[in-house]
Structures are given as structure tokens and as C-alpha cells.
Design a protein. Sequence first.
Length: 357
Amino acid sequence: MDAPTFELERWFAEVEAGADVMLAESGVRSLPASDFDTDLGELGYVIPTNGEPALRAAIGQRYGRSADEVVCTVGTQEANFLAFQSLLSPGDHAVVVTPTYQSLHAIPDSICDVTRVELAAPDWTLDVDAVAEAIRPETELVVLNNPNNPTGHQHDAETVEAVYDLAADADAYLLGDEVYRRLAPDPAPAVASLGEHGISTAGLSKSYGLAGCRFGWLAGPEDAVEDVEAWKDYTTISPGTFGHHVAEQVFGVGGFESREAELRQAALDHVETNAEITAEWAREHDLDWDDPVGCNVLLDVPDGFDDSRAFCRVVVDEASVVLAPGDCFGVEGTFRLGFGLPTEELRDGLERVAGVL
């Protein structure tokens, strides 16, 4: 396995610590730990190591899945990594819809042959026929990120179901990275709820403001989940105790009352407010705004800059604001702006970028 440099994370590592405003933040503003019970008792492993059964059952309910069809992971990133490692082998083939978060194509590409199906700019729609043409007899996995990072486009129910049918007809799995799904006021159906060829990954980071918990999950057919668990023994073994404890409070298990609806609505309200602010700012600077779902938007680099990296470098050097270069997602000439951070920080960051423009 030889994975390429993770361009976005290396960019953040280079510039984030010294900047004043992280306007490339890809999740909703972080909640304080004091909002939750933090008395964990002993800091041991979570037992069983795939997550406490009642918590897995609560997560599984959203997909029509049982506790045995859910495994808890250290963030969505681990859930995706384990899925690729357990489902793909040399000689297999995968289809990945891009642009997307780099690991969703880079990890499969390190294992087997990958065909990318590109979303159509500027509205970032998916041509289902292109997915059909990309599938081969040796295809084992189709990967769809919905809502999409970095574009903010949400594929509708008809599209998701059509792609699922293509994967099922090919006896392949459809993996839906749905980490932003609960930030959609009207979410598309979860892939894991569509049938035995559907797998969903998600977590607490993006939709609930709990990124530091590093808590995620994978839901799907029991045989696929068992394969993921076998690989997980070689990575983190169990989810982190603190993240698992907070997840119990979010989903209302372990003697806690569920807070999921409350936290989700607060996040939706926050994102709606910030989206209006950012849309007005974008239009003032002649940057096209396409009503993204979630808390990210992909915008064109303004005239006068050589490329996306040059623009983002000027912004961080002159305004101490971090944006995400589009070349990190394979979409040169664009930049990703995250608008999920606290509203006053958002206003400050936008004002600073406006000064550069």
C-alpha cells in the first residue's frame, strides 16, 4: 500500500496553527465539553470493542439495521478506511464519484484499479449513466459522498437509489459517506437503508459540533460489518472511551435522554444563519453561490491569481485566514470555504478576505 500525500491535511498542517481564522473548517462550530456529562469512570477500552450493543442498536435504527450491523469507529475516516481495506483486494475494481474528500479515492486507488466519475460543474450533478458505464465485472465497490464535500451538492433520492441499483445489479456494494447527511433539512435516503448492498458511514464531527470526540460508525450488512471488525483489530481496536460516552448521550442510551434532535436542530439553525451571511458576501464579490447543503461551498478563485494555491497563500499571508485550495480536491481554479464556525468568527474571516479581494 502506497498512499499519496494527503494534500488538504498537509496544507492545514502548514498554515492552520499560525492563522487567526479557520475559514476552511468543514464542520459545525464546536460545542463545549461542559454541555455533556464527562464523568467516564475508568479510562479503559470500550467493551465490546465494536461499541456497546445498546448504542449500536440506537445508531442502527436510523438505517433499519440491527446492532450487529453497526460497528463504532474512531471517526468517519476510520470507518471508510476499514471498509476499503476489508472490501477491496488487488485485482478488484472500484468506482468513485469525484470531486470528493481525498481519502475516498486515494485509499481505494492504493489497493486496486479505480475509475472516477466526475460531477458536472457548475451545479455538480451526477450522471448516473456514467456510473453504469464505469462499472466492470470485477467492480466490488461504488463510493458516493452525499452531501458532497467540497461542493456542498446533495444528490437527491432518485439519484442515490439509481446508483444503489447499479451497484446491486453488479453484486457490488455502494458505500455512502454521509457525514454531512444530518445537516440537510431534507436528507436523501441513507445508503444503508436501501438494501443488502448498501453501506453508510458517518459520525458526530460534522453535524453535531463534536469533532474532537473522534466518534464514527459504519452500518451495513452483517457480513461486511464482521469483515470491518476484523480489520479494526489492527487499527484502533475500540472507539475512544470519551467519544463513546458522549455518543451515548447524543443517542440516548446508557441511562441518558436522547439529545440528537436538539443538537441537530441547533446545528441546522446555525448553518442557515451563516449560509445567508456567506451568500450575501459571495454575491457582493461576484462569486457564484449555489445554495450548498451542509457547511461547505466551492467557489471560483477571483481573477488576478495564478491558481487556487496562490490565492489561498495570499489570503493566509495577508489576512491570517485559512481557506482550502481547490487543487486539494482535484478542482483547480476553486477554493473551499467553510461557514460552520461561530458566526462572529465567520464575519471576521469574511471581512478579512474581502480586504484581500
